[in-house]
Structure formats: C-alpha cells, structure tokens
Design a protein around this ligand. Structure first.
Ligand SMILES: [Zn+2]
Length: 238
C-alpha cells in the first residue's frame, strides 16, 4: 500500500512515539524461559548526576553538583542524623530500614530499593550459572547510621541505598590506608575487574537495575560497593 507522504510521515511519527513510550521491561530482551523470573523488573541506568565522578573531581567536591545529588537522595530516601538534611525531608532515612535477604544473607537496606535488590538476585540466579560466574558472598553490608567518608562527602550507605560485598575479597584500592596494601591492589592490572573476586556477570546484574558499581570510580576503585542511583519510582514495572 502506498500512502500519501503526509500520512506516511504521521504513521512513522506515531510508530516512533509508541516505541519510545515502551518501558524498558526485562521481558523485552529475555528468552521465554526467563520471562516469568524477571516479570516486573524494569531496566534502568544509574542517573548520571548521582554518579560520584559527577560531583567529585581530583578529590575535590564540586559544591553545586554535590548539593544537587545530596538533595535528591534526601528527598527520595530521608534525612540523616547530624547531616542537617531535614529541610529536604523531615523523615529519617533509617526509619525506612528493612532487612531483606540477598543470596542467602540478611542485609539492611532502604525499603524503597528492596525490589531492585530482588531483581538483581533473580538475574544472578538465572544468568550467572557458568563455573566462572559463580560466587558465594560471605559478608554483606547495607545501611550505616553514620557517615563514613572523611570531609563533606556523604556515603550512600547512610541512605540505605548502598551494598558492600565481601570487603576482604573485593578491596577499595583507591581508599585510605591500609586498603591499597591489599594483595589484589598490587601490580599492574589491565582493568579493575582484575582487582575483584566478583564475576562480571554479577556486576552487570546490578548495573541493569540502576546500581552503579563504585569499582568504576576513577579515584576510589571501590570494588565491593554497589549503590542504587536509578529512579526509585521506576524499579517495578507498572
Ligand atoms: Zn560501600
């Protein structure tokens, strides 16, 4: 059928609109067998303005960018004792703490990101099955009540949106001493993936659901640490 050009243009425009309106559902790129396992899990990337390298350069905090990132986190997750964030949100983030299980271990996180952690676990169990992709965590940590960064930078652990996996096997080579002394931080490495015991498949599973792997941070190389920097209102498919 040949359409007059204006009509054809309209069809194309409507088609593009419909396509771009499709939510990035896991089912879109998963095999039929995986559909049920990932139902309800929405793919998303970490939001750029929340990624550490957007507000820390050369070890220096960029005030405006940092304030914007902190404000978003406080508005979404709550205030933190001692950090004077109540102007953004009167509720404490820790009042929304929830214990969930991740790969067999309990972890305390903000309840808003519990569905994202569940989606990551499902993907790992389903897709990281080859011998080289298997990994058994021994120690995981989430919520912290007090800020652990030196200076003014605020850790995502105080909002309950960060997860550390086995610090002794997945070091932070760019952190303060004694971290750089860890055996995995010694010598040349082709990439940061050689500094960690975590399989790439695990790292990708987190990244598919809005987590940022701090191993990618050019200064910290914190390979144990994942933080949810996606939009918490877009974790679950409608
Ligand atoms: Zn951490």
């Amino acid at each position: 059928m040949r359409l007059p050009l204006p009509f054809f243009g309209l069809f194309v425009a409507v088609g593009i609109t419909l396509l771009s309106a499709q939510p990035r559902l896991e089912v879109a790129d998963a095999g039929a067998a995986e559909k049920s396992a990932f139902k309800g899990c929405r793919l998303q990337d970490a939001q750029r303005f929340l990624v550490r390298s957007s507000y820390v350069r050369g070890g220096q905090l960029r005030d405006d960018q940092h304030r914007r990132a902190v404000r978003f986190r406080a508005e979404q997750y709550g205030a933190v004792e001692g950090l004077e964030l109540e102007r953004y949100n009167p509720e404490l983030a820790y009042s929304r703490a929830k214990v969930v299980r991740f790969m067999g271990l309990p972890i305390e996180i903000h309840e808003k990101i519990a569905p994202a952690v569940r989606c990551v676990e499902r993907r790992i169990k389903k897709t990281c099955t080859k011998k080289t992709q298997r990994y058994t965590p021994q120690a995981i940590n989430g919520f912290r009540k007090h800020n652990t960064f030196r200076g003014l930078e605020i850790s995502n652990h105080v909002f309950g949106i960060a997860v550390d996996i086995d610090p002794d096997r997945n070091p932070c080579c760019g952190c303060v001493k004694p971290w750089p002394d860890h055996p995995a931080c010694q010598g040349e490495a082709e990439s940061v993936f050689q500094r960690t015991a975590l399989p790439r498949c695990w790292i990708s599973a987190f990244e598919r659901y809005g987590f940022y792997w701090l191993g990618r941070d050019p200064e910290l190389r914190d390979t144990m640490h994942f933080e949810f920097l996606g939009n918490p209102d877009r974790i679950v498919a409608p």
